[in-house]
Design a protein around this ligand. Structure first.
Ligand SMILES: C[S@@+](CC[C@H](N)C(=O)[O-])C[C@H]1O[C@@H](n2cnc3c(N)ncnc32)[C@H](O)[C@@H]1O
Length: 298
């Protein structure tokens, strides 16, 4: 297993890329994928890129040791026709040590997340880049709760024009909604610092929320109802603010709830059951967390 941790090389923090380029026609990238997963790499961590007929698979590590271990283990497999490379991406602006474990990755099928300080990393062809930065706001995309929400939003692409992001953090879900075609997105967070981070992130990606402000869910007011509402909050708050959260939805609108530990699934299932006017469409379950997708009955 190649474990992730906070990686610090001396005083210089670097993200380490190990790449596998398939040079010879006939060596299927699938073979490389199978070999890498056999060596303990999670499929979600494989970043793939095709350029001028060559296929490149990269994995990003916070620690040089883990990158080197993988490089050596792969070379030992003696797979012909695969060029193995390693390079470090030096961080430009390390405000905090934890950022050493933040790496570029596919947030959704379409959206490729690149930490702002690693902007020399190229976005794979055919993907849409999302550049993000944060010092304290939640929403790097690494957490299951955010990933699930982002994937559910993207899965509804084309089915919503307006969206509300409750507890926006870095603005990541508002950005995903906009990149998934929403025309009008409103977002708020109780934490003013998070709102500042979200504003910078949206601007940095050429995106714009119609409303972005510091506000508590209990007092947020909008003149409109939304086709999509996403709330990644703690289970207690989801249940406590249930009526308010549902009140933001258009009939036929979609509700994404996240931030729910696996053991809290029955609480949410019961709390947001049929008498709330919602129909449960899907539950995504991860290692520790889950996310729910509902539709409000017309
Ligand atoms: C788990 S984070 C989610 C951030 C981001 N939406 C994501 O999915 O990664 C929850 C966010 O909700 C905000 N929050 C917590 N309670 C809130 C409330 N009562 N009203 C508005 N925002 C709240 C927090 O400040 C935090 O930024």
């Amino acid at each position: 297993m190649f474990l992730r941790g906070i990686g610090v090389d001396g005083f210089m923090r670097v993200t380490h890329e190990v790449s596998f380029q398939v040079k010879v026609p006939g060596i299927a990238p699938e073979l490389v994928r199978v070999a890498l997963t056999g060596l303990g790499v999670a499929p979600a961590d494989l970043v793939e890129e095709e350029s001028r007929g060559a296929h490149k698979i990269s994995i990003y590590f916070p620690a040089a040791l883990h990158a080197e271990n993988l490089r050596r283990a792969f070379i030992k497999l003696k797979l012909k026709g695969v060029k193995v490379g390693r390079r470090g991406h030096r961080a430009r602006d390390w405000a905090t040590r934890w950022k050493a474990s933040w790496r570029p990755f596919g947030l959704t099928r379409r959206i490729f997340l690149i930490p702002r300080f690693l902007d020399d990393v190229r976005c794979p062809r055919g993907r849409v880049p999302l550049y993000l930065d944060t010092t304290s706001a939640f929403g790097t995309g690494l957490h299951e709760t955010t990933r699930f929400s982002a994937r559910l939003i993207e899965s509804l692409r084309g089915s919503f024009r307006t969206a509300l992001d409750i507890g926006t953090g870095t603005g990541i879900l508002a950005a995903v909604a906009l990149l998934s075609g929403a025309e009008h997105v409103e977002a708020f967070d109780i934490d003013g610092e998070a709102v500042k981070a979200a504003a910078l992130n949206l601007k940095g990606n050429g995106l714009r929320c119609a409303v972005l402000k510091a506000c508590d869910v209990k007092s947020y007011h909008s003149r409109r109802k939304f086709d999509l509402v996403a709330a990644n909050l703690i289970t207690h708050d989801l249940l406590f603010f249930k009526a308010r959260i549902i009140s933001f939805l258009n009939p036929g609108g979609y509700l994404i709830l996240s931030g729910i530990s696996l053991k809290s699934i029955p609480l949410i299932r019961k709390g947001f059951s049929a008498p709330s006017g919602l129909k449960l469409i899907k539950i995504l379950r991860g290692k520790e967390w889950s996310a729910f997708l509902f539709v409000r009955r017309s």
